[in-house]
Design a protein around this ligand. Structure first.
Ligand SMILES: Nc1ncnc2c1ncn2[C@@H]1O[C@H](COP(=O)(O)OP(=O)(O)OP(=O)(O)O)[C@@H](O)[C@H]1O
Ligand SMILES: [Mg+2]
Length: 276
């Protein structure tokens, strides 16, 4: 399997136990144009994009606002059709939403009339597998996310950041093959953000979903990822693809190391190149 780094090919080892299809998600020659609204011109959100996401890898996608990151995730989730090109998950063409995939949106999207606990169990319930073990896991996840006292609250009784944490628990609970996260920590304060990041990678290490994580934060991308994809301003194209070869767990020492700083600078350099 390969990934691209500054135009160079770089090799990533296949995680143990994932023989066979080494790419979980393939985005091949995908463009997305939204039709003109009123008198405006059509919007080319994404331009002929090729990306592969390796099985069990944690990949972050960073890029300027409006470059098509959410559109990319929505196409992988089957919520949007590409204008041209193809998206496959586990070798199958994506034709609509699938139980293989879960998405955490930029907004929490909780059902306002259901409690936090009911919201978190909802996706699992739709997949028909709620039992005591799952209820216990939901309770554990909610406690970890600092929502232990709020399981019976309604969403409007929570802050925006708390609602978002509940939405993250809901997606993690179903242990999807592919977990798509669209700036899931954007509404959180810095401290909770870091804690949720650590918790997310801890849970990910246990069941190894293929994660595609959109963020505006370079430190967050370095903290969490095996690989960081950098996109250009709209129409979005891939302009950088770097392997984050830092050891896990990503302790403060690891994240303050020379190598972490170097990676940070290299990602930032892609943005600087785009501006000049
Ligand atoms: N449903 C839609 N109809 C029309 N245009 C759309 C639609 N969804 C997205 N767009 C346009 O496509 C472009 C890319 O949008 P997208 O939401 O994917 O960007 P983004 O990279 O996620 O931005 P941000 O970082 O601000 O969330 C934008 O110009 C946006 O206006
Ligand atoms: Mg977005």
């Amino acid at each position: 399997m390969t990934g691209v780094r500054n135009g160079d090919r770089v090799d990533l080892p296949v995680p143990a136990g994932t023989a066979g299809e080494s790419f979980s998600v393939r985005v091949s020659g995908v463009s997305k144009t939204f039709p003109a609204l009123r008198s405006g011109a059509p919007v080319v959100a994404l331009d002929t994009t090729n990306l592969q996401f390796e099985v069990g890898r944690f990949t972050s996608v960073v890029g300027p606002s409006g470059c098509g990151k959410t559109t990319l995730l929505r196409m992988i989730a089957g919520l949007e059709r590409p204008t041209s090109g193809a998206v496959t998950v586990a070798g199958e063409a994506v034709r609509g939403p699938s139980a293989r995939t879960a998405m955490v949106f930029q907004a929490a999207n909780l059902l306002p009339w259901k409690t936090v606990r009911q919201n978190v169990l909802l996706a699992a319930r739709l997949r028909g597998k709620v039992d005591d073990r799952l209820r216990e896991r939901a309770a554990r996840l909610l406690t970890t996310a600092g929502l232990g006292q709020f399981v019976d609250s309604l969403p409007h009784e929570l802050s925006g950041g708390m609602q978002q944490r509940a939405a993250i628990c809901r997606a993690l609970l179903v242990q999807p093959e592919v977990l798509l996260m669209d700036e899931p920590f954007g509404a959180l304060d810095a401290m909770t953000r870091e804690q949720m990041g650590n918790e997310l990678t801890r849970i990910w290490a246990q069941n190894r979903s293929t994660v595609v994580f959109v963020t505006h934060s370079i430190p967050e991308a370095v903290q969490l990822s095996d690989r960081v994809v950098v996109m250009s301003p709209r129409p979005g194209r891939v302009v950088g693809d770097l392997l984050v070869d830092l050891p896990r767990p990503r302790t403060p020492e690891v994240l303050e190391s020379e190598r972490a700083r170097e990676l940070h600078h290299r990602i930032r350099a892609h943005f600087t190149n785009l501006e000049s």
